[in-house]
Structures are given as structure tokens and as C-alpha cells.
Design a binder for this molecule. Structure first.
Ligand code: ADP
Ligand code: MG
Length: 140
């Protein structure tokens, strides 16, 4: 299996509750390496660009408001099969459907405030990483 990179966000509900370390422990325990990380407060424009694929969805406004409601931690994670590995550790979008032991099962507040983002495919991972990190900020 090839080494892959994925893009992660610890959302405002995570930073608000001081869960950065707890979520990072789950990430590292799953064998993923945090090869880039920074704390930022997204602008509305940055959040709208990031989630533009969802712009027609009824929850888009609520999603953008939530993403700019406090600081986030943006990350690049590296490891074997990183995209799927991280999706598995995150758990289902709706925490009510998430498996035991997943980040969302343990920490998510609701389907909207669900603690983490992770890329869903190699193409989106590359686009998302490029929105937030320069190449020399990623140190594997
Ligand atoms: P995921 O984050 O698991 O990839 P999606 O890409 O489908 O999920 O949705 C992006 C984000 O939009 C979710 O993580 C969640 O914060 C929000 N969201 C998705 N569905 C809903 C919903 N029905 N109501 C409110 N917010 C939602
Ligand atoms: Mg998604």
C-alpha cells in the first residue's frame, strides 16, 4: 500500500472544548503522522471556498457559520491508505451513526458540529492541502 496524504481540520467545536490533543492522540494511534499543522481562524471567504462543493445544500450557511465561529487546526496527515484510514478513525458524518471508538462517536456535538474534517478522495485531498499549506510547510 502506498504512502498517501490527506487533509484534516479540527473544527471549532474541538478547539472550543480544548480537544486538540485528544483528537491528535486518536490520529497518531491510528498510525497516521501529522506532517503539517497550524491553528487558524478562517475567514468567511476561506470557509465558503473550502466547502464550495456543498454550496447548494440547505445546511451550507450553518456550516460556514460554524466553521468561522472559532479557531480551527488544519493538518496534513500521512500514512498508508491515509484517506480511508482517517475516514475510518473519524467515523460517520452523523455521530449517531458513528462506530464506537471513532472521533465523532466520542467527541462530536451534532451532525453539523462533528469535530473533524477529512478528505474523501486523492483529488480533493490535493486541492484541500494546497488551499492551506505551501509545499515547504509539509515535513514528512
Ligand atoms: P463529511 O465531513 O463526513 O465528509 P459531508 O462532506 O457530507 O461530510 O459534509 C460536510 C460537513 O457538512 C459535515 O462534516 C457537517 O459538518 C456538515 N453537514 C453535513 N450534513 C449535514 C446536515 N444534514 N446538517 C447539518 N450539517 C451537515
Ligand atoms: Mg466531506
Amino acid at each position: 500500500m502506498a504512502i498517501e496524504r490527506t487533509f484534516s481540520i479540527l473544527k471549532p467545536d474541538a478547539t472550543r472544548r480544548n480537544l486538540t490533543g485528544a483528537v491528535n492522540a486518536k490520529i497518531e494511534k491510528a498510525g497516521l503522522r501529522i506532517v503539517a499543522q497550524k491553528r487558524v481562524h478562517m475567514t468567511r471567504g476561506q470557509a465558503e471556498t473550502f466547502y464550495s462543493v456543498h454550496s447548494a445544500r440547505p445546511f451550507f450557511g450553518e456550516l460556514v457559520d460554524s466553521m468561522i465561529s472559532g479557531p480551527v487546526v488544519v493538518q496534513v496527515l500521512e500514512g498508508e491508505n491515509a484517506i480511508k484510514t482517517y475516514r475510518d478513525v473519524m467515523g460517520a458524518t452523523n455521530p449517531a451513526n458513528a462506530d464506537a471508538g471513532t472521533i465523532r462517536k466520542e467527541y462530536a456535538v451534532s451532525v453539523g458540529e462533528n469535530t473533524v474534517h477529512g478528505s474523501d478522495a486523492p483529488e480533493t485531498a490535493a486541492i484541500e492541502i494546497a488551499q492551506w499549506f505551501a509545499g515547504n510547510e509539509i515535513v514528512g
